[in-house]
Write a protein that binds this ligand. Structure first.
Ligand SMILES: O=C(O)CCC(=O)C(=O)O
Length: 264
C-alpha cells in the first residue's frame, strides 16, 4: 500500500481494492466450495448464517493467501512484517447483518480483510461502513457507538438508512476495515458467500501473552486442540511462520480450554 492509501485507511477506517484478486478468484471460489462439505454439520439452508472457523486454515491453497504478494502487502503495510494472523471465518450469510464493530481494543491495531465471492450492491447486501466510526476517542465515534444500534429510536430511521458507504463488490475485489469500524449489510439473499482474514499488530508489553490468549479464546467458536488449522500450520514457510509464531508460542491446553464449545 502507498502512503495515501494508508492515510485513507487510518482516516476513514476502511479501504477497497478493486480487482486485486481478479486473476485468482476462480480458484478461490472453488476452494471455498471445497471447505463446507468437510463439515457436514454445517450445511447451509439459507435461513441463517453458517460459519466455519478457522476457514482458510482448512486448505493449503487458501492458507497460502497469507503469502500472496497482494495480501501480504496489505498486512505488512498496516501491521508490520511481524503481524499476527488472528484467524479466519468462512460464511454463508443470510439476510441483514445489523450495525456493529468487531472489537474495540485500544492497545493495538486489528484489521479484517473481507473476500466476497458474489457481486453485491447496496440493494442486495454489499457491506456498508460508516466512515470515521472507528475513531472512538472522538465525539462522532462515541455518538455512533451509543445510537446506531437504536437508530429508529435515536434518529427515526431504520439501520438500512443510516448514512454510510456501501462497498459494492464483484468477485476479486478485496475490502479491508479496522475492527472498530461500524459495518452492516442490508437486503442480501440467504446465500451470500464471504470469508475473512483477521490480523493484528504483534502483541507487545508485559501482559502481551495473556491478552493474546484471552483474545484467541474469544474467537475460538469451536472446540479444537490448535488455534490454527493443520493445513495452515503444515504448509507454512519461514516467512508465514513469523506471523503464526506468537499465537503458537502460547502454552495453552486449547483442547481443555475449549472443551465446553461445540465440535465442528
Ligand atoms: O457481510 C455481512 O453481512 C457482515 C460481515 C461482517 O459483519 C463481518 O465480517 O464482520
Amino acid at each position: 500500500m502507498d502512503a495515501k492509501q494508508i492515510d485513507f485507511f487510518n482516516t476513514f477506517g476502511f479501504i477497497k481494492f478493486p480487482a486485486l484478486l481478479k486473476e485468482d478468484i476462480g480458484w478461490i471460489q472453488d476452494e471455498f466450495e471445497q471447505v463446507f462439505p468437510m463439515f457436514p454439520k454445517q450445511k447451509h439452508d439459507g435461513s441463517k448464517r453458517t460459519m466455519i472457523v478457522p476457514f482458510i486454515d482448512q486448505r493449503e491453497k487458501l492458507s497460502g493467501l497469507l503469502d500472496h504478494p497482494a495480501i501480504r502487502d496489505i498486512l505488512v503495510s498496516l501491521l508490520g512484517s511481524d503481524y499476527n494472523y488472528m484467524g479466519s471465518d468462512g460464511n454463508y450469510y443470510s439476510g441483514d447483518t445489523p450495525w456493529h464493530p468487531d472489537g474495540r481494543e485500544r492497545s493495538r491495531q486489528h484489521i479484517k480483510i473481507a473476500f466476497y465471492l458474489d457481486p453485491l450492491t447496496a440493494e442486495n447486501g454489499a457491506l456498508r461502513v460508516i466512515p470515521g466510526s472507528h475513531r472512538f476517542g472522538d465525539r462522532f465515534g462515541e455518538d455512533v457507538m451509543a445510537k446506531v444500534q437504536q437508530s429508529q429510536q435515536a434518529w427515526g430511521i431504520p439501520g438500512s438508512e443510516v448514512p454510510a458507504v456501501a462497498l459494492d463488490v464483484v468477485p476479486g475485489d478485496v475490502l479491508v476495515f479496522k475492527h472498530e469500524t461500524f459495518h452492516s449489510s442490508w437486503g442480501g439473499s440467504g446465500y451470500r458467500r464471504m470469508f475473512t482474514i483477521n490480523a493484528s499488530e504483534r502483541f507487545q508489553g508485559e501482559r502481551a501473552l495473556s491478552e493474546l490468549q484471552s483474545l484467541c479464546l474469544m474467537h475460538y467458536h469451536y472446540s479444537r486442540d490448535h488455534y490454527y488449522g493443520r493445513a495452515m500450520r503444515e504448509s507454512a514457510g519461514p516467512e508465514r511462520l513469523k506471523n503464526l509464531e506468537q499465537v503458537m508460542s502460547l502454552e495453552a491446553d486449547w483442547a481443555d480450554l475449549t472443551k465446553h464449545l461445540p465440535v465442528l
